[in-house]
Ligand binder design. Structure first.
Ligand SMILES: [Zn+2]
Length: 324
């Protein structure tokens, strides 16, 4: 083989090798943010985020979003955790419907559920949320969270990512109809967050619970009101949904069983931290003495459990003071 063509062949092999490596890298990146719609009923689909907390590896895709296709337009529940994921969700919706996207309901203003809103506003959708989110949006906490996300989710969250306010603030429970379907927006906060909304799609008996239910991972509790959170779960079970789409984790056709993990975890936190607060055992000691074995192998345990326990310890102190 002449030298030039040998060089050509070597170059071609290098090119193929390089292209394969590039394709493999692209496949990994695409896999990390594969926003694929899963149908759960006649009108309802959802996309499932990865387990664990939002990080660079999952590009912030750690929460779920749902959408309901009616003959008069699409209703979306939650917008995912970055503007790019918001666009990916719109692309996922477009694989099953070309109906206009009319409305986005935000189940609660936590970063992983609403940073994707800008894509929906650009697409002409109106945004609804409960008015209890107002205080959070105006707070330093919302800004601090945005800065944390800019650091940890760059370049998917950056200085252009807005904290978008809704077009309409809701009060209490709200119902509306679109394209022959009825939507019940139930205010169940303050539980996981001050502004928790759950969405029931009546005709399909599908319930989108927001973060009242975490499936397959330790929930983020922080300084949530776990007493009301447990009550909210009972309230949602009374609706007898056929399908439950949690804020995190897989959809369930057995909501009672799949809700049990979140409920057991909250009960365990409250019992252990409640005893410690009652007996005035310092937090560090109470945390060390608590048996976490049932939960410590679940995703997000390391990132969330200690903060959850501390928030619950403070809550149980307040609850025990109220009793006295
Ligand atoms: Zn949340």
């Amino acid at each position: 083989m002449p030298a030039s063509s040998e060089r050509g062949a070597r170059l071609a092999r290098m090119f193929v090798g390089g292209a394969c490596a590039l394709l493999a890298a692209a496949a990994v990146a695409a896999e990390a943010v594969s926003v694929k719609p899963v149908r759960v009923s006649e009108h309802v689909w959802y996309v499932q985020g990865q387990s664990g907390v939002a990080d660079a590896a999952n590009q912030g895709f750690n929460s779920n979003a749902g959408f309901v296709v009616t003959p008069e337009g699409v209703v979306v529940i939650d917008a995912l955790g970055t503007p790019a994921l918001g666009r990916a969700l719109i692309a996922a919706i477009r694989t099953v419907s070309d109906q206009p996207i009319r409305r986005v309901i935000v189940t609660h203003y936590h970063a992983d559920h609403f940073y994707g809103l800008s894509a929906f506003r650009q697409a002409g959708a109106e945004v609804w949320a409960h008015k209890a989110a107002r205080e959070y949006l105006a707070s330093g906490e919302a800004q601090a969270r945005l800065e944390q996300r800019r650091r940890e989710l760059a370049p998917w969250v950056d200085e252009r990512t807005p904290l978008l306010t809704p077009d309409r603030w809701l009060e209490g429970n709200t119902s509306f109809a679109l394209g022959g379907l009825h939507f019940d927006l139930l205010y169940v906060g303050p539980a996981h967050a001050p502004d928790d909304l759950a969405v029931m799609v009546r005709e399909d008996a599908v319930l989108l619970s927001g973060d009242i239910v975490f499936s397959g991972r330790v929930p983020f509790v922080g300084n949530a009101d776990s007493r009301r959170w447990l009550a909210a779960m009972d309230e949602l079970l009374r609706l007898k949904p056929k399908v439950l789409i949690p804020g995190h984790g897989a959809a369930s056709r057995d909501p009672v069983a799949d809700l049990a993990f979140t409920r057991d975890y909250l009960r365990h936190l409250r019992a252990a931290m409640g005893r410690a607060a009652e007996d005035m055992v310092p937090f560090e000691e109470a945390y060390r003495q608590t048996d976490w074995r049932r939960f410590e192998n679940m995703p997000a345990f390391d990132a969330a459990n200690r903060v959850n326990a501390y928030g619950t310890y403070l809550l149980m102190e307040r609850e025990s003071l109220r009793k006295k």
